[in-house]
Write a protein that binds this ligand. Structure first.
Ligand code: PLP
Length: 354
């Protein structure tokens, strides 16, 4: 990225030499990303992040595909839920919510019922939940969508770069990713639009990204995104093993430190290795909890990372029926974390809760 800022300052749309050099970097990044994800370069569009990708794709479905119905779940990120609510308000397209169980998994039987009674639907279900880490059974969901002629959009912001994701065998029609979730720069992401889907832009203008996203490209961000995705793929299996062992270690340490701790979601089952959501002792003040953890140098969130300062509790945990009297914490692990940091977290939480 540094090299890119210092030496490749041309505008990628310009035809002069500096511009052409910048254009080559973007297309190299696109080829790198598409090869890592099992896509063709024509299926990858760069954008400013997950939120922009979601808005672009869902509004385009509503405008251009004669969609009659959206089906989603109360566990989705606000980028999806707020966009679907706006589409309902402005375009009158109905929205149904799939039921979720106490573990926080979507009820696929209910999804099938909704699909059967709502032809021409778009299903919007995330691959991994950003608060609990729960994983969607993507193949079963895609099979239901296919059987009922529905389009399947999956928010893959939490999983892109966390697994080897081969879209040639990952049956979703539309997806989004965000570079900062795999140690890339903030403010850059991508949209995946499979070849058989034709959609237009949300942001119109000079026609960059093959008319799908106007505006001068975030060249350094795009180069950084591709490099970050490449780096995580180079050590993916070791990282998954290490991060999974940190999560297991954390669950064991917390069970010893705080005997009444609860794990929200399917923490020991169908769940992402990098996220753990815990409910702590009833009555502990959530704001005080976060403040004391912060003072101890521990960076965790009370809910989703981008809204953890929000008062009022987590809509995801509420939808799963979690006890609101227990303050909840979302703990994220990365390859850079160490077991002694987990012990320090458990010890600090014990001192706060007991
Ligand atoms: N979707 C999920 C599941 C997320 O976790 C996030 C961000 O945390 C987003 C969408 C939004 O992505 P961005 O912050 O890149 O706009």
């Amino acid at each position: 990225m540094q090299e890119c800022m210092l030496e490749s300052y041309g505008n990628p749309t310009a035809v002069h030499e500096a511009g052409r050099r910048a254009r080559v970097l973007i297309e190299q990044a696109r080829r790198k990303v598409s090869a890592l994800l099992g896509l063709s370069p024509g299926e990858v569009y760069f954008a400013s992040g997950g939120t922009e990708g979601v808005n672009t794709l869902l509004w385009a479905c509503a405008r251009e595909l004669q969609v009659k119905h959206f089906i989603s779940s109360p566990l989705e990120h606000p980028a999806v839920l707020k966009t679907l609510e706006s589409i309902r308000t402005w375009m009158g397209i109905d929205l149904s919510m799939v039921r979720v169980d106490a573990l926080g998994h979507v009820d696929l039987q209910h999804l099938e019922e909704l699909l059967a009674s709502n032809p021409k639907s778009v299903v919007c279900l995330m691959h991994a939940n950003n608060e609990t880490g729960n994983l969607l059974p993507v193949n079963d969901t895609a099979a239901l969508c296919k059987a009922h002629g529905a389009l399947f959009f999956s928010d893959t912001v939490q999983t892109m770069g966390k697994f080897r994701m081969d879209f040639s065998r990952f049956p979703v029609d539309l997806a989004v990713g965000s570079a900062h979730k795999f140690h890339g720069p903030k403010g850059v992401g991508l949209m995946v639009i499979r070849d058989h889907v034709r959609l237009g832009p949300l942001i119109t203008g000079a026609g960059q990204e093959r008319l799908m996203r106007a505006g001068t490209e975030n060249l350094c961000g795009i180069v950084g995104l591709a490099r970050a995705l490449e780096k995580v793929h180079q050590q993916m299996e070791e990282d998954i093993r290490h991060i999974r062992s940190l999560k297991d270690h954390c669950m064991r340490a917390l069970e010893v430190a705080i005997p009444d701790v609860l794990f929200n979601g399917d923490a020991r089952g169908r769940s992402l290795h990098s996220i753990l959501n815990v409910s702590l002792t009833p009555g502990v003040d959530p704001q005080m909890l976060l403040a004391r953890l912060d003072m101890a140098g521990i960076c965790v969130s009370s809910g989703r990372a981008c809204g953890s300062g929000t008062i009022g509790g987590s809509a995801v945990l509420k939808a799963m029926g979690a006890d609101p009297a227990r303050p909840a914490l979302r703990i994220s692990f990365s390859a850079a974390n160490r077991p002694d940091e987990i012990d320090y977290l458990a010890e600090t939480l014990k001192n706060i809760c007991l």
